[in-house]
Structures are given as C-alpha cells and as structure tokens.
Design a protein. Structure first.
Length: 381
C-alpha cells in the first residue's frame, strides 16, 4: 500500500497516508455527526455535532497511528528494519523489511499493537467515567465513550486468530513455537484468515439483506480483503518453503554484462539493446556497481533526447541498489527486492560485481524448490 503523501517521521519511521483514508475518515465523521450524536444528544446546534464528529475521527486515527508505531518500534528493537507506516482505507500497515527471527519476537511484534489499542480504549473509558462522576454530560461524554469503545473493539478485532490480523501473527507464533516449522505456522494462520473472511462476507450479506444497510456491505468488504490478503500470505509461505536452503549464489546469473554510467541512451540502444539478452544492465565503475538500467527506464526517454542523456541519469541510483552476497540465503533477500522499483539484486563480493538476481531467476528457483519438496514428500510416503 503506497502513501499518497508523507506526514513526517515518528520514532525514526516514515509515516504516510494513502488517499483512501479520506473515505473512512469522512464516513466516521458523518456517522457520528449526522446520526449517532444527534440521536443520543438532541437539540444541539449542527456545528457542535460536526465539530464533535470531526474531533472524534481525528483522535481515532491518532490512536490507529499509535497502534502501528508500536508495531514498528518493537520490530526495530527485534532487529527488523521498518520501511514505513501507511494509513489507508482498512486502517494502517507497518512495512517491515524481513521476518521475525523466532516465535518470541513474532509474539512481541504482533501483540504490542492490540495492547496499545486496548490501553487507549481504557484511557478514554477512564476519562469518560471521571467526567460522568463530575456531572459532565453531552457531546464531550459521548465522544469519550465512543473513543473508548471503538479502540477496545479495534483491539478485540485485531486479536482474532486469522492472518493478516495481529491475531493471525499471534497464532503463527504459537504454531511456530509448537511445531518448529515457520512455513506450516504461516499456512495455518493464512487458512484461518480465509475462513474468517468467508464468515465476515456471509454475515455482511445477511445483515445487508435484513436491513442493516451499509454496515453489512462494509463487513463483507472487510471479509473480501481478508480473503485476498490471506491468499497472498499463503503463497508467500509456500514460496519461502520452496526456497528454504537456497543461496543467492545458487540462482544468480554470474558475471553479467555491464556498461559505463557515462554511456548515452542512444549508444545503449544502438549497441546493447539487441545484443544483450537480459532486460537489466548493471552499470559499474572499476568493477563496482553504481547503477542499474532496465529497458522500461530506457523506453521512457524520448528519441530526440537519447543522444544527450546518459545511462546514469535514467538508472536506479547507487543508493537505491539492492546488494546481496553469494552466500546469503535467498529468503533473506526477497523482502529487500522491493527497495528499488526494478525488482533486481546485484550480487557482490568485496564490492565487486559477480552476479545479478532477477525475478525470472527467483521464479525458476521456486519451481525447482517446489519439485524438490514434492519428491521429498513422496519419498517420505
């Protein structure tokens, strides 16, 4: 999920917002200011309902951000880099660069988010009780009570044992701990997510048909999202199993052809385009990788500019390159491949380029690994 714009950094982690947040924000504010608050506290001016609804929605999203920041902070403390946090239509997502090393780390990273949401809910609940005992009433009390309830509900929903919810991560940690098999644990959590998604779709459709309106459709939409996300996680788990024990050096294309960063796009098109069978060309300087050019990047340069544009100007820059070592496990490399949009890794030894890993290399490795697992399974039978 990509951020439409950035808010800045919290605890050293970039925080962004996707445009879809506006949909749920306006929906929450409208539901509170046009329905729930006027029914519970009639005869207030319209501006008061609107102000209370907007304020409650803003505070809710601040709490949601705190939930994700907690995940990110604990992940960093457990040795996992965090690319960023993005708030979007279905809440928030922390983009982690890697996997937990053990079930304990998985438990800590997954559990802290719901815990923070629960604490926020209890905090607002306690304030609501104090305000009520002090004789307070009206929109202030209603807003506090709603914030308490929605955060507790968020915590409870997130601990449901189904991927990709935090509860799915907790389930994965438990199965991982019990079996010692991370892949099996991931598949179990993903299947639980699929089951929960189907249940939510069924309940949502039933609610819509029996007069609950938009609420039922929203529940069905969440279920549809869970099914899709659970399917992705299961495929990733299968791929991780297929690539278990495979090193980068086992799949890389060794000693790839290279070019100088000072070469013009026109020279590349004239001398490399048809002679070079790959779609990505590393740029080197004294054997050290300084960039990466793909056909897609070259294609974007107009013909009248190719003679004056160097490959360095269109390449994936040196600081964007994904570098790997031949002895590195391929599973450890996969989460980093998205750091450069070109989706490739350059393999280096002593800062010298020795190979390149492309999506097709990984695809072949997955096919061979899956075949290996099938034969191994047959042999055990």
């Amino acid at each position: 999920m990509r951020a439409s714009f950035r808010l800045g950094r919290i605890a050293g982690v970039p925080v962004g917002v996707n445009w879809s947040v506006l949909v749920i924000f306006l929906l929450i504010a409208w539901a509170l200011s046009a329905n729930q608050f006027p029914r519970s506290y009639p005869d207030r001016p319209t501006w008061a309902y609107v102000l209370a609804g907007l304020a409650a929605a803003v505070v809710f999203f601040v709490g949601l951000l705190a939930h994700e920041v907690a995940h990110a902070v604990v992940a960093k403390r457990n040795g996992i880099a965090v690319e960023g946090i993005t708030l979007w239509l279905f809440g928030g997502v922390s983009q982690l660069k890697g996997e937990a090393r053990d079930p304990g780390a998985e438990l800590r990273i997954a559990g802290v988010g719901p815990l923070v949401s629960l604490l926020i809910g209890l905090f607002f609940g306690a304030i609501a009780v104090v305000v009520s005992l002090a004789g307070g009433h009206g929109l202030l009390l209603g807003s506090l009570a709603w914030l308490a309830g929605i955060n507790v509900l968020l915590a409870v929903f997130n601990v449901l044992p189904a991927a990709p919810l935090d509860g799915g991560r907790l389930l994965r940690a438990a199965v991982w701990k019990a079996t010692g098999d991370r892949t099996k644990a991931s598949v179990v959590a993903a299947r639980a997510g699929w089951v929960l998604g189907v249940l939510l779709i069924g309940v949502g459709i039933w609610q819509f048909l029996t007069g609950f309106g938009v609420g039922g459709l929203w529940l069905a939409l969440i279920g549809w999202f869970l099914i899709g996300a659970a399917g992705v996680e299961q495929r990733q788990a299968r791929m991780g199993s297929a690539l278990s024990g495979v090193r980068v050096g086992d799949v890389m294309t060794p000693q790839p052809q290279t070019a100088s960063a000072e070469m013009t796009v026109a020279d590349f098109v004239d001398h490399y385009l048809f002679a070079y069978r790959h779609t990505a060309l590393p740029l080197t300087e004294d054997g050290r990788p300084v960039g990466l050019v793909t056909l897609d990047r070259v294609r974007g340069i107009p013909a009248d500019r190719r003679a004056t544009t160097t490959l360095a100007e269109v390449a994936c820059r040196a600081d964007e390159l994904v570098l790997a070592r031949p002895e590195e496990q391929l599973n450890d490399l996969l989460p980093r491949l998205g750091e450069c949009a070109d989706g490739r890794a350059l393999v280096v030894t002593d800062q010298q380029l020795v190979g390149i890993v492309s999506p097709s290399d990984i695809s072949r490795a997955v096919q061979r690994g899956s075949l290996r697992d099938q034969f191994a399974g047959g042999g055990r039978g």
